[in-house]
Design a protein around this ligand. Structure first.
Ligand SMILES: *Cc1c(COP(=O)(O)O)cnc(C)c1O
Length: 354
């Protein structure tokens, strides 16, 4: 018997998305790193993206890189490393994104000790104000990085639309390319990777506006959801429902739409408000805020209304639904990126990978 609540992963659809996105980027000479953090580095799911043509895997948690260690493609560590995890980064990642010289020095020490060469992508902040060296400081930083043994400056990267919501454009990514050219000239080196961001850069690929020296993107959402994240558009010929939530009905009753009694605060300390729709048929599903914030759920049944949730119960209004639901029925929801991340992280949510 199936266990609930569960997140259902359709590997065939995922492989299809990986193929389409790999081809789309390949047409512009861009390799991609498939970002696996949203599914906690699950190796079976990650392998499927490799089957779809992806040549590199990337994650922001060392724990997830460890799960991926037996998959035979290079691994990229996405979060600027903590000083306390440098040993593990050198062990489990072939490349890491970096912005602090102190950390790069430590990576170098560890790599030398381990007889390894660890590859560094130096992050440049083009205005989104998350990680990265400020453009005017890049040359100085590169000069220092090049002196360290045990690390190899493999390229430059940037990250946009994460903190500041800055959209990748020809001008800001163009600046990254300019800086890369400067470095190549000044230090007489070749930068193998110019990593132009995440799924928010896809719109520049589809509109043929991505600066041509950009040869890498780090893509989570584009593969997992088939969407680009600057404008929320679907990528042509991809699936948006690779991941779905299924929860089970544990109570189904007709009740009024306004609570009876003096209204204080709800289980989370908020003062609730209600719309009087009269007597309505309400279903309680066994899934709650411990698993998922209800605002992130999109019922597949378009007539279903999400009323609210406490820690373990989700209440939906099914009065207008054509289907005659019963206790024990499964209700499915489509998910956006944050919902997938939250559900995959919960140990109370079963993972059905098929
Ligand atoms: C998560 C992450 C990505 C992937 O982002 P998507 O929007 O899912 O494509 C890329 N780069 C870095 C540094 C990240 O942390």
């Amino acid at each position: 018997m199936s266990k609930y609540p569960k997140i259902i992963v359709d590997l065939k659809k995922l492989e299809h998305n990986a193929k389409i996105v790999t081809k789309l980027c390949g047409n512009h000479n861009i390799d991609l790193a498939a970002v696996t953090k949203v599914y906690c580095g699950n190796p079976e799911i990650a392998k499927t993206t490799v089957a779809g043509g992806v040549k590199m895997l990337a994650d922001s948690r060392v724990e997830n890189l460890i799960r991926l260690k037996d998959i035979d493609v290079p691994k990229l560590y996405l979060r600027v490393p903590m000083m306390s995890e440098v040993e593990e980064v050198v062990k489990y990642a072939d490349i890491s994104l970096n912005s602090e010289i102190k950390t790069i020095e430590k990576l170098s020490e560890v790599a030398v000790k381990e007889n390894k060469v660890h590859n560094i992508i130096l992050m440049v902040d083009l205005g989104d104000l998350r990680e990265g060296v400020w453009p005017k400081d890049v040359i100085d930083t590169v000069e220092k990085v090049l002196k360290y043994k045990g690390v190899h400056l493999i390229g430059l990267g940037t990250n946009l639309t994460c903190y500041g919501g800055v959209i990748p454009k020809e001008d800001n990514l163009g600046k990254l390319v300019e800086i890369a050219k400067d470095i190549e000239e000044k230090f007489n080196i070749e930068l193998e990777i110019i990593s132009g961001g995440n799924s928010s850069s896809i719109h520049l690929v589809t509109s043929d506006k991505i600066p041509c020296k950009i040869n890498n993107l780090r893509l989570g959402e584009a593969i997992v959801l088939g969407t680009e994240s600057s404008y929320g558009q679907n990528i042509e010929d991809t699936y948006q429902d690779v991941f779905m939530l299924a929860a089970q009905i544990v109570e189904l009753k007709e009740k009024p739409s306004i609570p009876i009694g003096e209204i204080g605060v709800d289980a989370f300390g908020n003062k609730p408000t209600f719309t009087d729709r009269g007597i309505r048929k309400r279903a309680i599903l066994a899934v709650g805020r411990q698993d998922i914030y209800p605002e992130k759920l999109m019922p597949i049944d378009g007539e279903m209304i999400i009323l609210g949730a406490s820690s373990d119960h989700l209440i939906v209004d099914v009065t207008d639904c054509d289907q005659e639901y019963k206790v024990g029925d499964e209700i499915r929801f489509n998910l956006k990126y944050p919902a997938i991340l939250q559900l995959f992280t919960s140990e109370y949510v079963f993972k059905e990978i098929k």
